[in-house]
Design a protein around this ligand. Structure first.
Ligand code: NAP
Ligand code: MG
Length: 492
């Protein structure tokens, strides 16, 4: 672990093993923090914040130092990619892309550090003679809690804006995938980021995550993970009314209209649903097909899904790796069973692939009704459900009939028609003829139970800032004050 600029083990010497889901091999032994280690990390972040070693630097200075970490990630991209493949079961293609995008996003945030967000706004007093400044300041100590599906990328999505804005942090990666966060600590130690500004602790969410969320010295929690844990965090953070941002689950609709390019949208549907074995919060896991193209689409989809290559994620030609762990494997297999019991029909897949490793065949369900569990709940595995619709209004109403509201897409040859659907979808992101593509400049986050707050762009930066209004009054003559002789008694 990395606390106050020092590498350390947990106080009680406890550890856990990092394993490779493709073959079950142990790849690292990692310290398992307890409550006292967590408190130590919070103290370090608190002291570093209060001392001003980071928040007191100019934005340009923070920008320059963060850029050092961007360079370190790029220099170590190959090593980080290899570790991510082994620790998470990510295909080497996806992991390579993740590391590249992590460096790219951090570069964006390093530039954002130098941006002056402050504003001068028009005078507010009756006479209009005042100067008004809105200043954006760091929130303070931020606990950053992340999931296992995009390990390094999620770490950077949180560290980037938090550090750019001048906060100090405690990062807690998922136990399932803590290896690249530990590696990141090494890279951070080689930069000029002052000690105590970034602390990285590893261990169980229900223990050390809870301590971070309840600790009164933590000012903000930035969380990405399940909606279920998001709700617990919201409750626990209420003790001192911490600021929170929650990036949670989804069950996004991928809508294909009757005027879409069929071949492209079949490829798009596969990419939307099966990227990273379906372990993506924004995945297009509900495929909504116009009845006019339904049959043609389904036969093309089946043929292509059956040609996807499942196997060793380190093999560059493989597109389907294992799911992350036994629990996730069991959950996905249980949902497949539920789908059959609910009366949906398997078009393809539905079974474990091979007998070794946690591989599941990409699975497509047809004859699905939107009220079924497999259409309402987040499965977080390679399972796609297909639902037929008659017209655009019905597509919108099925898409919005969900407790989630993270993302979605529309495939159409007519941008205006697609846009009018996009406008009606209650989700944070809508792609037209594309999927999964996020921009560093565009806010990303959820409506409804997909979360609170946004990441990226100005909105994302402001989640890690407090806004302060400073009013400088320029009426120097007291008799000209608008409140003169209204509340204050006359001179005696
Ligand atoms: P998770 O079980 O909610 O865990 C996320 C993180 O929270 C882990 O670090 C976990 O620790 C920690 N945690 C667990 N219980 C906690 C508690 N009581 N207090 C504080 N922290 C706690 O999610 P996951 O299974 O890792 O990831 C999958 C979920 O993440 C999916 O629902 C997916 O949709 C969502 N996700 C959302 C986005 C987005 O941007 N919207 C992106 C990626 C993933 P340990 O697991 O290490 O114990
Ligand atoms: Mg692992």
């Amino acid at each position: 672990m990395y606390i106050n600029g020092e590498f350390c083990d947990s106080e009680d010497g406890q550890t856990f093993m990092a394993t490779d889901p493709a073959n079950g091999e142990v790849i690292a032994e990692i310290s398992k923090a307890g409550i006292s280690d967590t408190k130590k990390s919070v103290d370090a972040a608190r002291k570093a914040f209060d001392s001003g070693v980071w928040s007191g630097l100019s934005g340009e200075e923070r920008s320059r130092i963060l850029k050092q970490l961007v360079d370190k990630i790029n220099e170590n991209a190959e090593k980080l990619t290899g570790l991510e493949v082994k620790d998470s079961g990510s295909t080497v293609r996806k992991a390579g892309e993740d590391i590249f995008l992590s460096a790219k996003s951090l570069n964006y945030f390093s530039k954002a550090a130098a941006v002056n967000f402050n504003e001068d706004i028009p005078g507010l007093s009756k006479e209009g003679v005042s100067k008004n400044i809105i200043r954006y300041e760091p929130v303070g100590v931020c606990a950053l809690i992340i999931p296992w599906n995009f390990p390094l990328k999620m770490a950077i999505w949180k560290l980037g804006p938090a550090l750019a804005a001048g906060n100090t942090v405690i990062l807690k990666p998922a136990m399932e995938t803590s290896v690249t966060a530990c590696e990141l600590a090494k890279l951070i130690s080689e930069t000029e980021i002052p000690k105590g500004v970034v602390n990285i602790i590893t261990g169980s969410g229900s223990v050390i995550g809870t301590e971070l969320v309840k600790n009164p010295d933590v000012d903000k929690v930035g969380f990405t993970g399940s909606t279920e844990v998001g709700k617990i965090i919201m409750q626990n953070a209420s003790s001192n009314l911490k600021k929170i941002t929650l990036e949670c689950g989804g069950k996004s609709a991928n809508i294909v209209l009757d005027d879409a390019d069929i071949e492209m949208s079949i490829d798009g549907a596969i990419y939307a649903a099966f990227y990273h074995q379906g372990q993506c919060c924004e995945g297009g896991t509900r495929l909504l097909l116009h009845e006019k193209i339904y049959d043609k689409f389904i036969s093309g989809l089946k043929e292509k899904v059956e040609r996807m290559k499942i196997g060793d994620p380190a093999d560059k030609s493989v597109t389907v790796g294992p799911v992350v762990n036994q629990d996730q494997f069991d959950t996905v297999m249980k949902y497949i069973k539920t789908g059959i019991e609910e009366g949906a029909e398997i078009l393809t897949g539905g079974k474990q692939s091979g007998s070794e490793g946690l591989f599941i065949e990409p699975t497509v369900f047809v004859n699905v009704e939107n009220k079924m569990k497999i259409a309402q709940e987040e499965i977080f595995g390679p399972v796609l459900v297909v639902i037929k619709f008659k017209d655009d209004d019905e597509a919108v109403s099925i898409a919005n009939d969900s407790v989630f509201g993270l993302a979605g897409a529309v495939w159409s040859g007519n941008d205006e028609r697609a846009l009018s659907i996009a406008d009606k979808l209650r989700t944070g992101t809508v792609w037209i003829n594309e999927y999964h593509l996020l921009s560093d400049r565009a806010p990303f986050g959820g409506y409804k139970q997909s979360g609170i707050g946004r990441e990226f762009g100005t909105e994302g930066m402001k989640e890690y800032m407090e806004a302060k209004h400073i009013h400088i009054d320029e009426i120097k003559d007291r008799s000209k004050k608008p409140w003169y002789r209204t509340v204050v008694p006359k001179d005696s």
